[in-house]
Design a protein around this ligand. Structure first.
Ligand code: NAD
Length: 319
């Protein structure tokens, strides 16, 4: 199999690339290195199975060059910052919606018919059912980022049904692990390195969400996409997360303890009833029974454990 991984130099993408190369795939990576880093691919950069294209998928010719000759696409390239989305909707539109459209059009032009996509729990917005199943609706994202992921899913479904593809959308909980360059753990570690005596926590601290380890996400991408292909699925959606959630204050305590610090916690209070920022979903946990019934389950099956492992690895980076 020859696979394209868009955003393959990023946090999640680089682990997926490692896995695919080690499983014998020929892998093309396309990345503009806006948040990805070449060093994340150092484990496999010497492999003859890996080809790297440095380019911006907002340019349709880059998408076309990347897709040519592959059998399937893992589409991860995006601006993953939920928080900054509201400050720059145009940026989110370009990197998340336009880029997805360019990838879909490149696939159509080259008759590539298998797609896996990194979507997000944010498509659910403030869901009234928690844990939230895949068939929950109506979907009402409360961030521009969440809207961009839902728009991408809609386009994918339309292309899959119109052109007879197999397309799989993975609605990811918060993903943690080494190489993470954004998100709450990364923020807390950086803040505490800067000022070990005080830790600012956005919101009222009671926000609680589900966290999943990056290796479990990679397992889900590879295993469930293969199953969907075997079953001849047109369009599948899977929630990928753990079966619990953890509050942001608990995370602050885990990070502080791991760094050997006892900072004063300063809550900002937040907006709209204690959210960290406008568009922050306060309570998120995904119902993962569908993915489990297909044979995937998280090996790190608790948000606390996933956080603890990620903090340990962030403080002692291996590669
Ligand atoms: P990341 O920023 O590390 O990875 C995104 C990669 O895409 C980066 O390498 C970046 O350089 C690249 N990229 C961005 N725009 C591009 C463009 N126009 N052309 C080419 N490359 C481009 O973030 P991540 O956490 O690894 O996220 C990967 C995917 O998973 C994203 O689609 C993100 O929205 C999604 N996701 C992440 C999480 C999470 O908690 N990390 C949760 C849900 C969904």
């Amino acid at each position: 199999m020859r696979a394209l991984v868009t955003g393959g130099a990023g946090f999640i993408g680089s682990y997926l690339v490692e896995r695919l190369v080690n499983e014998g795939y020929d892998v093309v990576v396309v990345d503009n290195l806006s948040s990805g880093r070449l060093e994340f691919l150092s484990e496999v950069s010497d492999s003859p199975r890996l080809r790297l294209i440095k380019g911006d998928l907002a340019d349709p010719s880059v998408a076309l060059e990347a897709v040519k000759g592959v059998d399937m696409v893992y589409h991860l390239a995006a601006n993953p910052e939920v928080r900054i989305g509201s400050q720059s909707p145009e940026n989110i539109y370009r990197q998340n919606v336009l880029v997805t459209y360019n990838v879909l059009e490149a696939m159509r032009a080259t008759s590539v018919r298998v797609l896996a996509f990194a979507s997000s729990s944010t498509v659910y917005g403030d869901a009234k059912v928690v844990p939230t199943p895949e068939d929950y609706g109506p979907l009402e994202p409360i961030s521009v980022y969440g809207g961009s992921k839902l728009a991408s899913e809609g386009l994918m479904s339309g292309y899959a049904h119109t052109f007879d593809w197999t397309a799989v959308s993975f609605r990811l909980a918060n993903v943690v692990g080494p190489r993470s360059t954004h998100g709450v753990i990364h923020d807390f570690v950086e803040k505490l390195k800067h000022n070990p005596s005080e830790l600012e926590v956005l919101g009222d601290g009671t926000q609680s969400k589900s966290y999943v380890h990056v290796q479990d996400v990679v397992d889900a991408f590879v295993f469930l996409t293969q199953r969907a292909l075997e079953r001849g699925s047109r369009f599948e959606v899977f929630n990928i997360g753990t079966e619990d959630r953890i509050s942001v204050l608990d995370i602050a305590n885990i990070v502080s303890e791991a760094m050997g610090l006892s900072p004063r916690i300063r809550l900002t209070g937040g907006v709209d009833g204690g959210r960290g920022w406008k568009g922050d979903v306060k309570y998120m946990q995904l119902d993962i029974r569908k993915a489990k019934s297909w044979g995937w389950r998280p090996k790190v099956n608790s948000s606390r454990r996933a956080i603890e492992l990620a903090v340990r690895d962030l403080l002692e980076p291996k590669a």
